[in-house]
Design a protein around this ligand. Structure first.
Ligand code: NAP
Ligand code: MG
Length: 402
């Protein structure tokens, strides 16, 4: 068989632990036999990040800007224990954080549905796609501890240093405490809004956006205003033509509505809400191993990855020579997402078609009863008895289907 040609490379960011093992197997078993794979390779494994003083992460993000499409393996975000384990020069920052800062944009997370895997919330019949703003708020917050007698202010200066505003945050006269300040920018919120409106139109899903503007009358209210302005001016007609709606509500109301809904909604969340709610949504759909994630930047860059981590517990078993049954579906879909987008941007429909076939083969393999251990307990389908496969055997079963 003649392999499918690629015009331009995708940026390949390798990672750590069990997902690094799966990464190689996915390429060997499912992609390279069919596609003449062109990638620009960056090793974001912790060993190489340490060796390059984390320059490799910055280089990979910049390459993602240049080539528009990247695919990333899960990576370790070091903590004190990892510094010890890997004898690191320092506690390097989260690679995902670095990439998001460089690309800006919005993270969209979508569950992969397969017949037989019933969500923990049985009313959810369609996917809920979660759009997480990937800039600012508490993730670039400034915080400190205060002592009794301290007074904390929020101070804003104009360019020449003159104080424009000074607001008392708290007078700690009755005892010390903590204080935090957070920010966002109009530019980032505007691009978040446009990314969400565009994505909703792309996938023809209604868009819900929620904050706590009744309590946060300036900060959260500003998010609401920016979304409303952009919607009225640029998207209202397009939404009406597509037959979808935009709804703003309070975050607590949104949570209640989501639980009662049947899915089929694009749910836009501020950074922290998105962090928390995406793990809730992923888990409720069945398994962390079935959630994909894509970072879309306002200037049209795409970075695809699985939503889960490096699956450390399985990796330690693997190192002892034991077989594992680790779910590779989200990582397969990271690759197919990147290849499909590459094909779309390059005008190579064979590549996009291959990616769609690989996705279909993956889901069908599960629906026919072949799956990894995390899914076996969840699987219920009349006349189909689920069989637990090890990590490599599952990939081979998908290859056979493909
Ligand atoms: P994790 O790797 O997502 O795994 C947590 C647990 O969830 C696993 O032990 C496993 O449960 C289950 N699980 C997750 N993915 C699975 C899969 N594909 N197949 C089967 N089971 C799966 O999270 P973690 O253990 O908290 O973090 C491990 C490392 O990943 C950390 O160093 C963290 O920094 C990093 N991390 C990276 C990213 C990223 O790069 N995007 C995201 C999150 C975490 P059982 O053990 O019960 O089987
Ligand atoms: Mg999280």
């Amino acid at each position: 068989m003649k392999k499918i040609e690629m015009k331009n490379p995708v940026v390949e960011m390798d990672g750590d632990e069990m997902t690094r093992v799966l990464w190689q197997w996915i390429k060997d078993i499912l992609i390279c036999p069919y596609v003449d794979l062109k990638t620009e390779y960056y090793d974001l494994g912790l060993v190489n990040r340490d060796k390059t003083d984390d320059q490799v992460t910055v280089d990979a993000a910049n390459a993602n800007k240049k080539y528009k499409v990247g695919v990333k393996c899960a990576t370790i975000t070091p903590n004190a224990q990892r510094v010890e384990e890997y004898k690191l020069k320092q506690m390097w920052k989260s690679p995902n954080g670095t990439i998001r800062r460089i690309l800006d944009g919005t993270v969209f997370r979508a569950p992969i549905l397969a017949k037989g895997i019933t969500p923990y919330i049985p009313g959810w019949k369609k996917p809920i796609v979660l759009a997480r703003h990937a800039y600012g708020d508490v993730y670039s917050g400034v915080e400190t501890r205060t002592a009794q007698g301290d007074r904390a202010y929020l101070v804003v200066e104009v360019e020449n240093g003159e104080v424009k505003e000074k607001l008392l945050v708290q007078d700690f006269k009755n005892g010390g405490g903590i204080v935090q300040s957070v920010h966002n920018t109009d530019k980032s919120i505007e691009s978040f809004a446009r990314s969400c409106f565009n994505y909703a139109l792309d996938v023809k899903m209604p868009l819900w956006f929620a904050t706590k503007d009744t309590i946060s009358k300036k900060y959260d209210h500003h998010f609401k205003d920016i979304f409303n302005d952009i919607y009225e001016k640029e998207y209202k007609e397009k939404f009406e033509a597509a037959g979808i709606e935009y709804m703003y509500t309070l975050i607590d109301d949104a949570v209640a509505r989501i639980v009662r809904s049947e899915g089929g909604v694009l749910w836009a969340c501020k950074n922290y809400d998105g962090d928390v709610m995406s793990d809730m949504v992923a888990t409720a759909y069945g398994s962390l191993g079935m959630m994909t994630s894509v970072l879309v930047s306002p200037d049209g860059n795409y970075e695809f990855e699985a939503a889960h981590g490096t699956v450390t517990r399985h990796y330690y078993k693997y190192l002892k020579g034991e077989t594992t049954s680790t779910n590779s579906v989200a990582t397969i879909f990271a690759w197919t997402g990147a290849l499909a987008k590459r094909g779309e941007l390059d005008g190579t429909p064979e590549l996009t078609a291959f990616a769609k076939k690989l996705e279909k083969a993956t889901v069908q393999t599960i629906e026919e009863g072949k799956m990894t251990g995390d899914l076996v307990l969840l699987f219920k389908s009349e006349g189909v008895t689920p069989v637990k496969l090890d990590s490599e055997a599952f990939l081979k079963a998908v290859a056979e289907k493909l």
